[in-house]
Design a protein around this ligand. Structure first.
Ligand SMILES: Cc1cc2nc3c(=O)[nH]c(=O)nc-3n(C[C@H](O)[C@H](O)[C@H](O)COP(=O)(O)O)c2cc1C
Length: 193
């Protein structure tokens, strides 16, 4: 438990103020900050201590292969212009991290592993935010397709992608303090006797 009021207030502030970042500056955040975030991700609760998270920090060569794969998918659906727009936008994303979870044969264990990795991602995201680094968790079609598993050399039977995380310094100051809201507790909570 945090002792005095201050750390609790600080953590509440980081949780509340964190927002998904959609536009990034070109500057790539220092690798040591990202590594510290990944180490903190691993302190998430995980049932049976399976430590089911796996992290893949992508260099430019690998991220560009995913950018191209995505552009091909867009070209088929929406044509070459839309594909080129996406290619340009995605090519400018400074940081790429793929997070996977280790599959379990047992259905409940499998869910628990997925849940634990989601907790870890939030640890990472909050830590990065506290360092001024924004993140976007994506689960779009390219993150689910076979081609991405091939690029990353992942065996889908054993390991599944939880998301592709884009990270970097937020470019848009409006995104740092956007108008965001959540439902009031009264709508989503029941206190039972
Ligand atoms: C599991 C998960 C998957 C997500 N996938 C996407 C995505 O594919 N594309 C996207 O634009 N945002 C994605 N997001 C981000 C959410 O859209 C975002 O968290 C939501 O709009 C709330 O905004 P906030 O993060 O600023 O509170 C994802 C978030 C989660 C937790």
């Amino acid at each position: 438990m945090p002792e005095p009021d201050q750390p609790a207030t600080l953590i509440a502030e980081v949780i509340r103020s964190r927002r998904t970042t959609n536009q990034f500056l070109d500057e790539v955040p220092p690798n040591e900050v990202i590594l510290k975030g990944l180490e903190l991700a691993c302190w998430a609760p995980n049932h049976k201590l399976t430590e089911p998270w796996r992290f893949y920090l992508l260099g430019r060569e690998t991220s560009q292969r995913i950018v191209e794969l995505n552009a091909e998918m867009i070209a088929t659906k929406k044509g070459p212009e839309a594909a080129q727009k996406k290619r340009e936008k995605w090519s400018s994303i400074p940081g790429w991290l793929v997070v996977t979870y280790q599959r379990a044969n047992d259905e409940l264990r499998d869910k628990e592993n997925y849940a634990a990795v989601c907790c870890g991602i939030q640890n990472l995201s909050l830590f990065l935010w506290s360092e001024g680094i924004g993140m976007k968790w994506t689960t779009g079609p390219v993150t689910q397709c076979e081609g991405t598993y091939e690029i990353l050399k992942l065996n889908r039977e054993q390991e599944e992608i939880v998301g592709v995380m884009w990270y970097g310094y937020p470019a848009n100051s409006k995104e740092m303090a956007p108008k965001a809201s959540r439902k009031p507790l009264s709508e989503i909570m029941k206190q039972l006797p």
